[in-house]
Write a protein that binds this ligand. Structure first.
Ligand code: SF4
Length: 376
C-alpha cells in the first residue's frame, strides 16, 4: 500500500540539481537543511469535550478515525521521499486524545511512519485516564511507546466536575498506578492549578497525591479560561471565583517547594522531573514535521500549518492528493533564532553550543545584550 502511495506522491516531487522538490510546498522548502528532525502526529479525537478546552478536536467516531488513518498514511507518503535521508530523533503523538485510536488505526499509522522514515527515536504519546487499561498499556509497549503523558488535571472529584473531566479521582489514581506498573521510561501527568474556588491546600493535596503515586514527571499548569469555552459560562453561572495572579503565584511556589523537596528538578516553566529520568517533552525540538489535521511543521525556516477541519484534511489527501497545508510563514533567520530562544527559555536552559551548531553563530553576539539587560 505504501509503495503505491509513494508513487502517487512523486507527482508532487521532482529531483533537481538543488535536491528534492515537494511541489505543493512553499518555494525553498524543498531542501530540508536539518539532518535531524522531530515528528509530530496529531490525533484530533476526544471522547468528551472538557469545559475549558480551546483545542481543535472532534468527538471520537470509529468510522471517521479509520478514514483519518488512511489520510495520515497518505500524508506520510508525501513526506517519505523528502525525509528518507534524514534522521527522526523524536516522535510525539498528541491530540485530542491519541489513544482513542488505539486498535482503530493508531498502530498502522505508527508502523507506516516506522517503515517510511529513519526513526532513531523513542515514541511519546498522550493518553486519558478513561482510556488506560492493562490491555492498552500492553499495546502501547508493543508498538514501542516509551514515554506517556496523561492529563489528570486534579484528583479532586469536585474540581473534576467543575472543569468537565469525565472521571473521578479514584479512577485517575487507578490509571496512574497502571501506567506506573508498565515499563515506561517516563510517566508524566498534567495537573492544573488556579481552578475555580481552589485553595492552596487543594493544590498541595493534588501534588502530594501525584508524588505518592511515584510519577516521573509532574507538569502543573494554571488553567486558562478562554472566552468561547463552556468553563467561562460555568464560572459565571455559579459565581465561582478564579484565583487571581497573586494566588496563582503562591500556588506555583508551593508546587515548586513540594517537587524540590521530593528531589525533582525543574525541566520547563511548568514541569518537574525526577532526577534520573529523561524529561518528557512535546514542543522543544528545533525542527519538526507535523502530520495530521491542524499539525504545524517547522523546517528550513518555514513554519507551516495543516488545515484544521478533519474532513478538509481528508479531502486534500484522498481527493486532491495534495499536502494539506493551509498557511505558511517564512521565518527570517532572526525570527528563527528568536523562536529557538523562546523554547529554550520555556525549558529554563540555554545550550549555547547547540545554538552555534544550528545557526553557525555565536549566541552571545546575537542575544548576549538582551539577556544581560533581562539579568539572565
Ligand atoms: S481531553 Fe484534552 S484535547 Fe480533549 S477535550 Fe479534554 S482537554 Fe481538550
Amino acid at each position: 500500500m505504501l509503495s503505491k502511495l509513494t508513487r502517487q506522491a512523486t507527482k508532487y516531487i521532482t529531483t533537481g540539481s538543488k535536491g528534492l522538490v515537494l511541489q505543493n510546498l512553499p518555494p525553498n522548502l524543498n531542501r530540508v537543511k536539518a539532518e535531524k528532525l522531530g515528528l509530530y502526529l496529531h490525533i484530533p479525537f476526544c471522547r468528551s469535550p472538557c469545559f475549558y478546552c480551546p483545542y481543535f478536536k472532534e468527538k471520537y467516531n470509529k468510522e471517521k478515525a479509520l478514514i483519518y488513518r488512511d489520510a495520515v498514511i497518505n500524508e506520510i507518503a508525501f513526506y517519505q521521499p523528502l525525509l528518507e535521508e534524514k534522521q527522526i530523533i523524536s516522535f510525539y503523538i498528541g491530540g485530542g486524545t491519541p489513544t482513542t485510536m488505539m486498535g482503530n488505526g493508531l498502530e498502522e499509522i505508527i508502523h507506516t511512519a516506522q517503515e517510511s522514515f529513519n526513526m532513531a527515536c523513542n515514541i511519546s504519546t498522550e493518553t486519558h485516564p478513561n482510556d488506560v487499561t492493562p490491555d492498552m498499556i500492553e499495546r502501547l509497549m508493543c508498538i514501542g511507546v516509551e514515554n506517556v503523558s496523561m492529563g489528570i488535571e486534579s484528583f479532586n472529584d469536585h474540581f473534576l466536575k467543575i472543569i468537565g473531566r469525565p472521571y473521578v479521582g479514584d479512577r485517575a489514581k487507578g490509571a496512574v498506578k497502571l501506567l506506573m506498573d508498565g515499563d515506561f521510561a517516563c510517566v508524566n501527568i498534567d495537573l492544573m492549578f488556579g481552578l475555580p474556588n481552589q485553595k492552596i491546600a487543594d493544590v498541595e493535596k493534588d501534588i502530594k497525591t501525584a508524588l505518592d503515586l511515584g510519577v516521573d514527571q509532574i507538569s502543573a499548569y494554571p488553567i486558562f479560561t478562554f472566552p468561547h469555552t463552556k468553563l467561562k459560562q460555568v464560572v459565571k453561572e455559579n459565581r465561582f471565583k478564579l484565583p487571581g495572579a497573586i494566588d496563582r503565584r503562591k500556588m506555583l511556589k508551593r508546587i515548586e517547594e513540594l517537587c524540590y523537596d521530593a528531589d525533582m528538578k525543574r525541566t520547563s516553566v511548568w514541569a518537574f522531573t525526577r532526577k534520573k529520568v529523561r524529561k518528557y517533552s512535546s514542543v522543544t525540538i528545533p525542527q519538526y514535521i507535523g502530520l495530521g489535521a491542524g499539525a504545524g511543521s517547522l523546517i528550513s525556516g518555514f513554519f507551516f500549518i495543516n488545515v484544521f477541519g478533519i474532513q478538509e484534511y481528508i479531502t486534500y489527501l484522498a481527493e486532491k492528493q495534495k499536502p494539506p497545508i493551509a498557511l505558511t510563514i517564512n521565518f527570517s533567520e532572526k525570527e528563527e533564532m528568536t523562536h529557538w530562544l523562546y523554547w529554550r527559555i520555556y525549558e529554563t536552559q540555554i545550550n549555547k553550543k547547540e545554538f552555534k551548531e544550528q545557526f553557525d553563530k555565536d549566541f552571545d553576539v546575537i542575544f548576549g545584550k538582551i539577556l544581560h539587560f533581562l539579568n539572565c
